[in-house]
Design a protein around this ligand. Structure first.
Ligand code: ZN
Ligand code: ZN
Length: 257
């Protein structure tokens, strides 16, 4: 049933600094009766407003508290609390699903920029438990810890029709993401690097993303978090040589799962 499927729309797919005219990581997920965001990086709130009314967002799930995944939670909070509609009493508190143990870190960030209490005034804050599924409207969310520089979780979004989308967040190569993504219809992976880093690793290349997609037996691989200062066409072609159904995430693109 086409109308029972989920759609993911790219709001932002830049790495830790914005590509020209673009936003950092944020994805809009629509399913029957449900609208949510995965991450809310810098620049994402304006891109959200190009797509829909921000008051229609039921929940925001955060993979980790690096700035490029959370910074637009602040302007989103201002809009929820101080926009002309909010001042007339027309607002809501979307659910904010945070990684375990990160609420105080986010309150501290809000406190440095403005006031810590804005976080809880604007959002219905909860921390997810990777051992238990979370429900957001008609969607089921599962989280898995992945190795990165701060506590980080990949997220799997499942529809009632059985569609599955997995976003790996940021991570180094690991078996965990292969196991977690197995059989996904759409696998969204970072492809930050031109070549593997020296020392402690926290990101992957496009070829490593394709190796994960192959091992996990997914449908479509979508590469994100890639700088426009890299030879992107060449890197996507290298990934597609391993996993043919591979695309580069671009702002506004929609993927069905
Ligand atoms: Zn990132
Ligand atoms: Zn990160």
């Amino acid at each position: 049933m086409a109308d029972a499927r989920g759609n993911l729309t790219v709001l932002g797919c830049s790495p830790s600094w914005q590509n020209v005219g673009e936003a950092c990581t944020s994805f809009l997920v629509d399913a029957p009766g449900t609208r949510m965001l995965i991450d809310c990086g810098n620049g994402a709130f304006s891109k959200l407003r190009e797509r829909c009314d921000y008051l229609s967002v039921d929940a925001i799930a955060i993979t980790h508290t690096h700035g490029d995944h959370i910074l637009d939670l602040l302007p989103f909070a201002y809009a929820l609390l101080y926009s002309p509609r909010a001042l007339k009493g027309e607002s809501r508190r979307p659910r904010l699903l945070l990684p375990p143990g990160s609420t105080d870190r986010l309150r501290a960030i809000f406190d440095l920029i403005d006031r810590a209490e804005l976080l809880d005034l604007a959002y219905d804050v909860e921390e997810y438990d990777p051992a238990v599924s979370s429900t957001v409207g008609s969607l089921t969310l599962d989280f898995a810890p992945v190795p990165h520089f701060v506590p980080t979780h990949a997220v799997r979004v499942s529809t009632e029709a059985g569609g599955r989308l997995v976003f790996g967040a940021d991570h180094r190569p690991c078996q965990k993401i292969i196991d977690f993504a197995t059989g996904a219809d759409v696998l969204l992976l970072e492809a930050t690097l031109l070549a593997p880093e020296e020392g402690v690793r926290g990101h992957i290349t496009s070829v490593e993303a394709a190796e994960i997609a192959l091992a996990a037996g997914v449908g479509q691989l979508v590469l994100t978090h890639m700088s426009d200062e890299l030879p992107r066409e060449q890197l996507v072609a290298q990934a597609a040589a391993l996993h043919p159904d591979t695309a580069l995430a671009v702002p506004g693109a929609t993927y069905t799962f």
